[in-house]
Design a binder for this molecule. Structure first.
Ligand SMILES: Nc1ncnc2c1ncn2[C@@H]1O[C@H](COP(=O)(O)OP(=O)(O)OP(=O)(O)O)[C@@H](O)[C@H]1O
Ligand SMILES: [Mg+2]
Length: 443
């Protein structure tokens, strides 16, 4: 699956790219228009200069005593000329020139009006019936520089505009999406079993129907799960009494029956009934584990609960070989309902006693940071089998009786309280055995 793209990032980049593109197009159009205007202004400047100088030059030349002499007009102050001019006669003989003028840049013969050479734009005007010509030249490069500077002035603002627009649209989009972020937080913050409707405040019109659809879906899911759970729990509960009554009857039959086939059969029925009772008990536990309400109102101290369950098991099963390892502290607080913790613990210890090597003790250790570990000896369980064991009705290679629900119940409870349950075989620090560790979230 492709990684999800952030809407905020996409919008910020898209908006900025759009603004920059529009700006560039506008700047290009504006530079072209500015160049046109500049050219017109420069042309009119050239023309104006020629018209101004020409009468003075004519007067000066006509009043000369000596004819045909060329004169270079001295500069009043040293300066670089943008405009240079020549005054020539029809044959191209120079009669007067500005101090910087280079005759090589002009046309061979004066041509009236505007002309362009490779490097200059020239304006020529005539006087005395086209016998005297003034030619004013301006470097083309000077014009190009002016046009370029005007264009650059339009592009510089982009350097500020792009980061500003990125930041602005990023902040604006973030601001606009904040109700969606709050909504996401509300979904993320809820526990695994919480199917109550999600409260959403002022979502955008595009998202609001989605939120409503999600709530609708959650509601339907909750009802379906509730129905399933209550059915399982109720059936198991309803079976309890008739099962107990039937078991009592069968036990009576067993003791009253004469030695022989009938007695054996009664014993077998008794065994099957016990299994049935156990299965219904496990189903009830599973229904409770899936029912939510596994988190307590106040954190529970796991130590007394652990001691109580271990005592109870040792008393009811004299063969139980339980080795308890407790931390030096006397409180290990964790957020798990006391009943749920007892169910989880019983299932795990029962497994270790039932499936583990009968000759070796079962180690039950709780650490100060709420890590529970239950270890027993026995043959190694292959990794592929191990990975499946927490599924419902899944059994491993064990020969002991069971329905395959114990680990599923424990895993469901762990998931419901946000604890992590891990299976290992061989057990840590051993060559064989089985280990279940549950890390509870400390309160
Ligand atoms: N402590 C253990 N040591 C060795 N194998 C284990 C241990 N715990 C579980 N297993 C294996 O995992 C399987 C599944 O365990 P689970 O508790 O889910 O079912 P079960 O004990 O067989 O039946 P149930 O718990 O419903 O009576 C077991 O059948 C067994 O093969
Ligand atoms: Mg079990």
């Amino acid at each position: 699956m492709k990684p999800a793209v952030s809407l905020q990032r996409r919008l910020s980049i898209g908006l900025t790219a759009g603004i920059a593109l529009l700006w560039i197009i506008a700047a290009i159009v504006a530079s072209l228009a500015a160049r046109e205007e500049l050219n017109e202004t420069f042309d009119s400047g050239l023309e104006e200069t020629a018209q101004r100088i020409l009468p003075l030059a004519v007067l000066e030349i006509v009043n000369r005593e000596e004819d045909g002499r060329s004169q270079r007009i001295a500069a009043l102050q040293p300066h670089k000329e943008h405009l240079t001019y020549l005054v020539r006669d029809k044959q191209g003989k120079i009669l007067m020139q500005s101090h910087d003028a280079d005759p090589a840049i002009f046309n061979r013969f004066p041509l009236e009006g505007f002309t362009d050479t490779a490097t200059h734009r020239i304006y020529t005007a005539s006087a005395l019936r086209e016998t005297l010509f003034i030619e004013v030249a301006e470097r083309l490069e000077h014009r190009r520089e002016a046009a370029l500077e005007a264009a650059l002035a339009l592009f510089w603002p982009l350097l500020v505009l792009i980061p500003l627009s990125l930041l602005g649209s990023w902040l604006f989009v973030r601001f606009s999406l904040r109700s969606i972020l709050v909504y996401r937080g509300a979904i993320e913050a809820r526990g695994a079993g919480d199917l109550s409707p999600i409260r959403a405040v002022q979502l955008p019109a595009e998202i609001d129907p989605l939120a409503r659809a999600v709530n609708h879906l959650l509601e339907r899911l909750r009802r379906a799960l509730d129905a399933e759970r209550s059915f399982t729990a109720n059936s198991a509960h309803e079976l309890r009494t008739p099962l107990a009554a039937t078991l009592a009857q069968v036990q009576r039959l067993h003791s009253e029956a004469p030695e022989g086939k009938l007695r054996e059969r009664a014993a077998q029925i008794e065994k099957s009934l016990r299994e049935l009772a156990r299965l219904s008990e496990k189903l009830m536990q599973l229904a409770k584990a899936e029912g939510g309400s596994l988190l307590p109102e106040t954190p529970q101290n796991l130590l007394p609960l652990l001691r109580h369950v271990v005592d109870e098991l040792s008393r009811s099963n004299t063969a139980a070989r339980l080795a308890l390892q407790l931390p030096a502290t006397d409180t290990v607080l964790a957020s798990i309902d006391a009943d749920a913790f007892a169910i989880l613990l019983r299932n795990l210890i029962e497994n270790a006693l039932k499936h583990g090597a009968a000759s070796q003790p079962v180690e039950i250790a709780l650490s100060a940071d709420a890590l529970l570990r239950i270890t027993n000896a026995g043959p190694v369980v292959p990794a592929a089998v191990l990975a499946q064991l927490t599924g419902r009705f899944v059994r491993g290679g064990s020969v002991a009786e069971g329905s395959g629900l114990g680990l599923a119940i424990a895993a469901t409870i762990a998931r419901g309280v946000g604890a992590s349950l891990a299976l290992a075989s061989p057990a840590t620090g051993r060559a064989d055995g089985f280990e279940v560790s549950v890390q509870f979230t400390r309160a």
